[in-house]
Write a protein that binds this ligand. Structure first.
Ligand code: PEP
Ligand code: MG
Length: 570
């Protein structure tokens, strides 16, 4: 047997011949033959002969037609998908229709460059620009290259690149998947996913969660698992194995399916086995996601990321437009809690009307609530719109929170303007300084919500989008848990709500630990709600507290997970 990490030496429950470890992102166990995506098309050998003058227009039309075919195909798939998968496919189709990209390619074609090479050159230009911008924009590089490959394949008459559609339910292993490929997965055929790269908040992870496909990312040694082997994905332990003992794994898969059925049958509200209430809430981005989220077992919204609705806007949306958007979300949860975040612009979510494009280090720049320094009126307009959206006898007053708060003064200033608007103020805790100052910050506001994605990024000094740093950007890092503990204790002392609204709240085991650390609500992708609710319903508050104490005392994320499992049961 090839053992890759010492953590695994203690544990090989399925007697597998090879095991590699990564970061677990979607729970469950899947077993089947291992497949890998076909390679990306090779661009060697594309005819580079200059296109004669009189054929350049036709070449331009060929390019336009190929891009349109690719865009239409992706849009068609989007119309047959839902949720994040549909959003990703629509966004990728949008790239294939992007005017800037087409103009760049058109320039080369007019100069005599054949369409496939013009598409490649235009993509290179945009890749360089997006990579420089970093964060979410850099993540779009995979989408851009994916669109390029599809358009070039169309132009040179090759089959559309992508992942194979297996005849039997299979385990798909890859370095990383293009978002459009992940979004197009058929969960009946691809039953488990293992990625060598990718972090817990990568597209692959988010879509796998929506499709309920057990998934492990950042499995560095994945190449040790050969294609064609019988493999498994253990999305709870974060392992990928080859050639396990057939009988043992079959029994475990049956148990895992039964567990999936129990999850599907779980009904809220969230509480521990001894009745300690923990609100399970949804993260939403607009009216559509709010209405679909309301169908899940959630008790309201814990995070409405308002900036996501305006990513493509050149100018600030009017107050009236904003009122309509906020009302759609509030009205999707009548009488329930709705926590709305003011614009978290900048860094990985640049908004054209407030972002500074020339910042050397945007993650630490003028982002989130800090835009009040440069565009104070934008926040005022948003609070005006929120106050108007909340008006109406039957509407519960939304809670409004500011992102990227680092100091007590910032929290005090935000609380004061928010109260002036008749709204309930809170702040996000996602900068370590805010966690350290939690007591003083909580004294200023009515609630806090911990953004574990950024809190982990800033605590570990590791870019949350970096696939290479996924082991650092793990919210199970004991240093991150210690900061959450500090905030939880402050909340308990002041009897004020402490939520978590980062991806950590989607991990059922970690959710129990968070509750033990004093967290009072958990908000994440609605698709994760039932698994979290079921897990919590099976453990007592005392067990959660014991698990939290052991996890904080651990020296690594893997040890923290094991310690929590020991207290809470596998
Ligand atoms: C977070 O940082 O955990 C969070 C919820 O905010 P976002 O992911 O939008 O930065
Ligand atoms: Mg954040």
């Amino acid at each position: 047997m090839t053992q890759v990490t010492s953590d695994l030496q203690a544990e090989n429950p399925f007697a597998a011949q090879t095991i590699v470890s990564g970061t677990p992102v979607v729970g469950g166990l899947a077993y089947g033959p291992v497949i890998r995506p076909g390679g990306r098309p090779s661009f060697d050998g594309i005819d580079a002969t200059e296109v004669p003058d009189d054929r350049r227009e036709a070449e331009m039309e060929r390019f336009t037609a190929a891009a349109a075919v690719v865009a239409d195909r992706l849009a068609d798939r989007a119309s047959h998908s839902t949720g994040v998968a549909a959003e990703v496919l629509t966004a990728t189709a949008g790239l294939a229709r992007d005017r800037g990209w087409a103009t760049a390619a058109g320039k080369s074609i007019k100069a005599g460059v054949p369409a496939p090479l013009a598409a490649i050159a235009a993509t290179d230009q945009f890749v360089e620009m997006f990579t420089k911008l970093g964060g979410l924009m850099a993540e779009r590089v995979t989408d851009l290259k994916d669109v390029r490959d599809r358009v070039v394949a169309e132009l040179v008459g090759l089959a559309e690149p992508g992942i194979p559609n297996p005849d039997v339910p299979s385990i798909l292993l890859a370095d990383d998947l293009a978002p459009a490929d992940t979004a197009g997965l058929d969960p009946q055929r691809v039953i488990g996913l293992g990625m060598r790269l990718g972090g817990p908040s990568s597209h692959t992870a988010i879509i796998a969660r929506q499709l309920a496909i057990p998934c492990v990312v950042a499995a560095t040694d994945l190449d040790r698992i050969p294609s064609g082997a019988l493999g498994y994905i253990d999305g709870d332990r974060g392992t990928v194995g080859a050639e396990p003992d057939a009988e043992t794994i079959a029994a475990a898969v049956t148990e895992s399916r039964e567990q999936a059925a129990r999850i599907a049958a779980w009904r809220g509200p969230g509480r521990t086995s001894d009745g300690h209430a923990v609100a399970i809430l949804a993260n939403v981005a607009d009216g559509v996601s709010a209405r679909s989220g309301a169908k899940a077992q959630v008790e309201g919204v814990g995070l409405f990321r308002t900036e996501l609705a305006f990513l493509d806007r050149a100018a600030e949306p009017t107050v009236d437009e904003q009122v309509q958007l906020y009302r759609e979300v509030i009205d999707a949860f009548p009488g329930q809690k709705v926590v709305i975040r003011t614009l978290d612009a900048g860094s990985d979510k640049p908004l054209k009307f407030v972002t500074h494009l020339d910042e050397a280090n945007p993650a630490m720049g003028v982002r989130g609530n800090r835009i009040v320094q440069t565009f104070p009126e934008v926040r005022t307009h948003q609070l005006d719109a929120l106050a108007q959206a909340a008006a109406g006898a039957e509407r519960a007053t939304p809670w409004v929170m500011a992102p990227m708060i680092a100091t007590v003064d910032e929290a005090r200033e935000f609380a004061s303007v928010t109260r002036e608007h008749g709204l309930t103020p809170g702040v996000m805790i996602e900068v370590p300084s805010a966690a350290i100052m939690a007591d003083a910050i909580l004294a200023e506001v009515d609630f806090v919500s911990i953004g574990t994605n950024d809190l982990t990024q800033y605590t570990m000094a590791a870019d949350r989008m970096s696939p290479e740093l996924a082991s650092l950007t793990d919210p199970w890092q004991p240093a991150v848990l210690a900061l959450i503990q500090r905030v939880g204790e402050a909340g308990a002392r002041q009897n004020k709500p402490v939520g978590v609204c980062g991806e950590a709240a989607a991990d059922p085991l970690l959710a129990c630990v968070l509750v033990g650390l004093g967290v009072t609500s958990l908000s994440s992708a609605p698709a994760a709600a039932a698994a979290v609710g079921l897990r919590l319903s099976g453990v007592s508050l005392a067990q959660c507290r014991a698990a939290a104490a052991s996890a904080v005392a651990a020296l690594s994320p893997a040890a923290a997970r094991e310690a929590a499992r020991a207290e809470l049961g596998a």
